[in-house]
Ligand binder design. Structure first.
Ligand code: SIN
Ligand code: FE2
Length: 201
């Protein structure tokens, strides 16, 4: 499938997921959160992150004072649930690789939450893409360069949009500046969910 937009090398598929499919994904995410409750990670510098998160798949992403890494179990010790089929289908549609993702990170942004500029670099194989699905309130998504600093560009990601980091942009710095509260009615209490699919090994 051909992306419609490209932001500094990041492929964007606006509106790839229609409203009924977004609602179905939300059901899947509720199932993940029931099995593996959201938690608030700390950065390696000891600061609580403003997003709450959990994961599905063989691996879940985690951070605390010991650093960023993948865990084979939820911090409570319970296994991560399997990645729901409907989420895997989005990967198949845009990922363009034969590997299945091994982690579906679920990030929950409440009003005021943000994500500082960072690289996704805790994975072993950088030839594998990162597929990111936006649900709920609009988010100002910023993309920079392969090194920190320099020129950046941003775009408002809306519910149902999908972004893919791959190729030369796989290690691009990116982040979320802020939400536009109340811009989507998908989540009854507002906020935003971002799903990030990755091959870890
Ligand atoms: C991330 O980079 O982990 C999240 C990106 C987003 O929330 O759109
Ligand atoms: Fe990221």
């Amino acid at each position: 499938m051909t992306p419609k937009l490209n932001l500094r090398g990041v492929d964007i598929y606006p509106g790839l997921i229609d409203l009924p499919a977004q609602t179905a994904l939300l059901d899947d995410i509720r199932g993940i959160v029931r099995a593996a409750p959201l938690f608030q990670p700390e950065t390696p510098y000891g600061k609580p992150m403003s997003v709450r998160m959990t994961s599905a798949g063989q691996f879940g992403w985690f951070s605390d004072k010991s650093g960023y890494r993948y865990l084979e179990h939820h911090p409570s010790g319970t296994p991560w649930p399997a990645i729901p089929l409907r989420i895997l289908r989005v990967w198949d549609e845009v990922g363009d690789v034969s590997h299945a993702p091994e982690c579906c990170l679920v990030n929950f942004y409440e009003e005021g939450a943000r994500m500082g500029m960072h690289q996704d670099k805790d994975e072993a194989d950088m030839s594998m893409p990162v597929v990111s699905i936006s649900l709920g309130d609009d988010a100002l998504f910023r993309v920079g360069n392969l090194r920190r600093g320099g020129k950046t560009e941003s775009i408002w990601l809306q519910s149902g949009d999908v972004a893919v980091l791959r190729g030369d942009a796989r290690l691009a710095y990116h982040g979320v500046d802020r939400l536009r509260p109340g811009s989507s009615a998908l989540l009854p209490k507002g906020g935003r969910i971002n799903l990030t699919l990755r091959v870890v090994t």
